[in-house]
Design a protein around this ligand. Sequence first.
Ligand SMILES: Nc1nc2c(ncn2[C@@H]2O[C@H](COP(=O)(O)OP(=O)(O)OP(=O)(O)O)[C@@H](O)[C@H]2O)c(=O)[nH]1
Length: 243
Amino acid sequence: MLDRSLTDRTLCDAAPEETSVSERIRARLTECGQRFHANDNISAALREGELEALRGEVAERMQGVLSALVIDTASDHNTAETAKRVARMFVDEVFGGRYRPAPELTTFPNVSRLNELMIVGPIVVRSSCSHHLCPIMGRVWIGVLPNAESELIGLSKYARLTDWIMARPQIQEEAVVMLADELETRIRPDGLAIVMEAEHFCMHWRGVKDDQSVMTNSVMRGAFLTNADLRREFLSLRRITRE
Ligand SMILES: Nc1nc2c(ncn2[C@@H]2O[C@H](COP(=O)(O)OP(=O)(O)OP(=O)(O)O)[C@@H](O)[C@H]2O)c(=O)[nH]1
């Protein structure tokens, strides 16, 4: 959870103006005791115009990485703009879930007092591993058992929230727990179940070069933990949508 003081511009401006934008943001986060691991969202610590400045700084440092790799970006027309492209890709796309605020979720009161199992999926997952920054591509299924007091959220918002959580360097075990925490806080259901299965390109493209393996993991909360029939129903309905 983000510390409220991060939204107060008079607080946490610990770093002087002449430091780099990433140093200023980092100083603010440190001052406020806010964690900034690879899979944390830091949007509340960004001031106006800083995202653009950050893109510039990442491009500059990426250029340094290309130089260190002894790539002649000055005469190689293919890599001349690579540093800028990679910076845009990291900040706006593949790690965008770190820098943009959570999507707005339309919620509806549960006027019909629905208390039946609802499953959404497969939702496509595009993420990357924190260890090698290689892609993770997969699918997620979400099961919700609402109660009379639950907020119902628009169907498309499950996919938007999933993308916001996954578009960060992640490990799969933490990614599903983060997604479950967000959904539980917003919906307040009697039960929540998530299954994710994904391919990890750090295992396909490099390293062990195992092309077949898929990682599957799940989170079960509330009624899905205590009620084996409900859990079985979710898992068997997921199997149908999987085929
Ligand atoms: N538990 C878990 N491991 C992951 C995930 N994504 C990638 N990994 C693994 O993280 C490990 C990182 O291991 P290291 O030994 O530090 O890195 P490495 O020497 O490059 O390892 P190799 O990949 O075996 O070459 C690798 O085994 C990856 O397959 C994930 O989501 N969860």
